[in-house]
Design a binder for this molecule. Structure first.
Ligand SMILES: Nc1ncnc2c1ncn2[C@@H]1O[C@H](COP(=O)(O)OP(=O)(O)OP(=O)(O)O)[C@@H](O)[C@H]1O
Ligand SMILES: [Mg+2]
Length: 311
């Protein structure tokens, strides 16, 4: 690939383009994405649920003006699903049509039937067929087994797919690959070695306030700082399932619908279903004064961040 094909010209341009899509990343994430795109390295993202792993792939694609080809992994996902398969009904139809003509050339027909026209491509094959690089998102890779991981390893090493009867299909362009994992199974070292590894953690209060502001632009800065402060307070509570960015965004939107400017101790029972996602966490927040002290902590954090002091 020559430099004319680069997705992003600099980390600054990448940060600006991502921001324009509504995605706010920290400078380490920006530089890592930038280098991964330049060096054609897959990006392996690990971190808590709802922290924005999947969204990075969509934001990068939108910023680069390209498409996402997504392989959603699950236990038992197979090569047919990932790479594709021959469309048998179309093949049968073709045979029937040709059989009606005078003297069909069976050998020619056989090779025609095993051509790309009769192959319905899955996301891995489609990702190799773009003239300009697309984003290939292999989401929740921790759900697949070792054999499937080995097949991916080959694809990401040689950028081609060998398909029985169809042959070897080389990439027209090398996609920007995003692998995500929730760490249910450990991704193998060979795949780790080839990738750049980015941990996607909960954001700082300032960045979270910015993310909330993107989604609720009509609210005041105090509201955005308040949501980020609450997130920080909740994450300091050793909950079983601390809230992620996505849950804080849900909360912010819910408050806007309810017409509330901030979270108060009296709102505990209404807000619990949005904030506590396990029975143990619910109980913790229901403890006497529990929610009130949480709201107090949240207000302190919000005030600190509005003052521009340490957060
Ligand atoms: N840095 C961010 N900037 C803007 N929005 C964000 C950011 N991080 C997370 N979000 C929002 O949070 C939501 C959840 O993100 P996403 O689905 O990417 O999480 P995930 O890490 O893939 O979660 P899971 O592990 O459950 O699949 C999305 O709506 C996304 O827009
Ligand atoms: Mg995801």
């Amino acid at each position: 690939m020559d430099l004319g094909d680069v997705m992003f010209s600099s980390p600054e341009q990448l940060a600006e383009s991502l921001r324009a899509t509504g995605y706010i990343a920290d400078s380490i994430a920006i530089t890592t994405v930038f280098l991964a795109s330049r060096l054609q390295k897959p990006l392996l993202l690990e971190g808590p649920a709802g922290s924005g792993k999947t969204q990075i792939a969509y934001a990068v694609a939108q910023a680069a003006g390209t498409n996402v080809e997504r392989l959603q992994c699950y236990e038992g996902v197979n090569e047919e699903k990932a790479i594709g398969k021959f469309d048998e009904s179309l093949q049968r139809l073709c045979v029937e049509l040709r059989a009606r003509s005078a003297a069909p050339d069976w050998e020619l027909l056989q090779s025609e039937l095993h051509g790309q026209r009769f192959f319905s491509a899955g996301p891995l094959l489609r990702a190799l067929q773009y003239e300009e690089p697309c984003v290939l998102l292999i989401d929740e890779l921790d759900k697949v087994d070792h054999a499937f991981e080995a097949m991916l390893l080959e694809l990401l090493s040689v950028w081609q797919l060998s398909i029985p009867k169809l042959g070897t299909i080389p990439a027209k362009s090398i996609p920007f690959v995003v692998l995500t994992s929730n760490e249910e199974r450990r991704i193998g070292d060979p795949l780790r070695r080839r990738s750049f590894y980015l941990r996607v953690e909960h954001p700082t209060a300032e960045r979270e306030a910015e993310i909330v502001a993107m989604r609720t632009p009509d609210a005041r800065p105090e509201f955005h700082a308040g949501m980020a402060g609450l997130a920080k307070a909740l994450r300091g509570w050793s909950l079983e399932k601390p809230p992620s960015v996505s849950e804080i965004l849900d909360l912010a939107q819910a408050l806007r619908i309810l017409g509330a400017q901030k979270v108060t101790a009296e709102m505990r029972d209404i807000l619990l279903p949005l904030l506590a996602k396990t029975e143990a966490d619910r109980r913790k927040l229901l403890l006497r004064d529990g929610f009130a002290s949480l709201v107090y902590d949240a207000q302190q954090y919000a005030a600190q961040s509005l003052d521009g002091s340490a957060v």
